[in-house]
Design a protein around this ligand. Structure first.
Ligand code: CAA
Ligand code: NAD
Length: 310
């Protein structure tokens, strides 16, 4: 019988002990961190969100409350009381802190969702490795960086994996769980089970650039920018074409703005550095210019398009 990679990985795991993730720290309270904290708390996990200052953390909590209101409008359309209780119970499981080192002292998982930069991520995990309990699993939500290279700054490469969520986290049904060469089976199983406990469909992937989704999605997004840079079509027409002609919910320029142009630029720059002869990974002068001008997309109010004030 034909078995897929994910099935093989799971079938090997039936006899090993699998630490359960109940309490976690999410580092980075931006678009992704806030979403990951939200769905974790909504499914009964206790979460601490850590970021650089209190203003960012206030914004994370406000974003989560707003998103929960949208969820409740659908899930508890006929029962306002239950909806209110769901929001307050979820919010009660979320704490915030700017003291990352103290926050990791008593958790099962540290999930990192900070800026897409290898050295910054490595430094963060190196510091946390010294203070986190032995059993604590570390995981990165990186879009594009090799998990093994982030993990190698720590002494717990066996307890280190990738968990890649999609934006907007409360709506997107998929999670990719990445098994780096040194990730233990127990760690992989714990992360896989955690993804399922969050209500997501989980796919597994080797530690390969872009994992499954971004390896296909990011070259497509950059090709759309090149199409526009060559003057072959307007941004609006390319977006309309992909929505109506390919059934995508957003056009490529809308999606780039939604993901964040900084993150998109860091992804392609990293891949280009690793494989400079691959034309799919060529950087885009227009994308680079927008990022240099601080136009990062929806999160700053302007990217390829202009948005309401943020
Ligand atoms: N929280 C809660 N609910 C939300 C939400 C959020 N953050 N965002 C949207 N929703 C809900 C809305 O309340 C709405 O609910 P109803 O159907 O009950 O009205 C529903 O989702 C649809 O939202 P909208 O009407 O506002 O807009 P939409 O129909 O265009 O959907 C979208 C919004 C879900 C974002 C959709 O456009 C979409 O799926 N876009 C593509 C997103 C995508 O491709 N993400 C992956 C990016 S790549 C990535 O993440 C990986 C990486 O590493 C870069
Ligand atoms: P973002 O810019 O919205 O948020 C990043 C947050 O990290 C900011 O609030 C920043 O203050 C904080 N931060 C930076 N350095 C920190 C540190 N040392 N300690 C604590 N907090 C720190 O970015 P995002 O879109 O949420 O992306 C975060 C990560 O998730 C990146 O690795 C990105 O590649 C990945 N990712 C992004 C998307 C997406 O669509 N945006 C999707 C999947 C994965």
């Amino acid at each position: 019988m034909k078995m897929f990679y994910s099935q093989i990985v799971r079938s090997m795991s039936t006899t090993v002990r699998m630490p359960q993730i109940k309490k976690l720290v999410v580092i980075g309270g931006g678009q992704m961190g806030a979403g990951i904290a939200q769905i974790s708390a909504a499914t009964g996990h206790n979460v601490i969100i850590c970021d650089v200052n209190d203003d960012v953390l206030k914004k994370s909590k406000a974003t989560i409350e707003k998103s929960l209101q949208r969820v409740v409008m659908k899930k508890y359309a006929d029962d306002a009381e239950k909806g209110k209780a769901f929001i307050s119970e979820t919010m009660s499981r979320i704490q915030t802190s700017t003291d990352t080192k103290s926050s990791v002292k008593d958790v099962d998982l540290v999930l990192e969702a900070i800026v897409e930069n290898l050295e910054i991520k490595r430094d963060l995990f190196k510091d946390l490795d010294a203070v986190a309990p032995q059993h604590t699993i570390f995981a990165s939500n990186t879009s594009s960086l090799p998990i093994r290279e982030i993990a190698s700054s720590t002494s717990r490469q066996d307890r280190f994996g990738g968990v890649h969520f999609f934006n907007p986290v409360p709506m997107m049904k998929l999670v990719e769980v990445i098994k780096a060469p040194n990730t233990s089976q127990e760690t992989f199983d714990s992360l896989y089970a955690w993804g399922q406990a969050l209500g997501k469909t989980v796919v597994s992937c080797k530690d390969t650039p872009g994992f499954l989704v971004n390896r296909l999605l990011v070259p497509y997004l950059l090709e759309a920018v090149r199409l526009y840079e060559r003057g072959d079509g307007s941004m609006e027409d390319i977006d309309t074409a992909m929505k109506l002609g390919a059934g995508y919910p957003m056009g490529p320029f809308q999606l780039l703005d939604y993901v964040g142009l900084d993150t998109s630029k860091f992804i392609i720059a990293g891949w280009h550095e690793g494989d400079p002869n691959n034309p799919l990974f060529n950087p885009s002068p227009l994308l680079d210019r927008l990022v240099a001008e601080g136009k990062l997309g929806v999160k700053t109010g302007e990217g390829f398009y202009k948005y309401g004030k943020k």
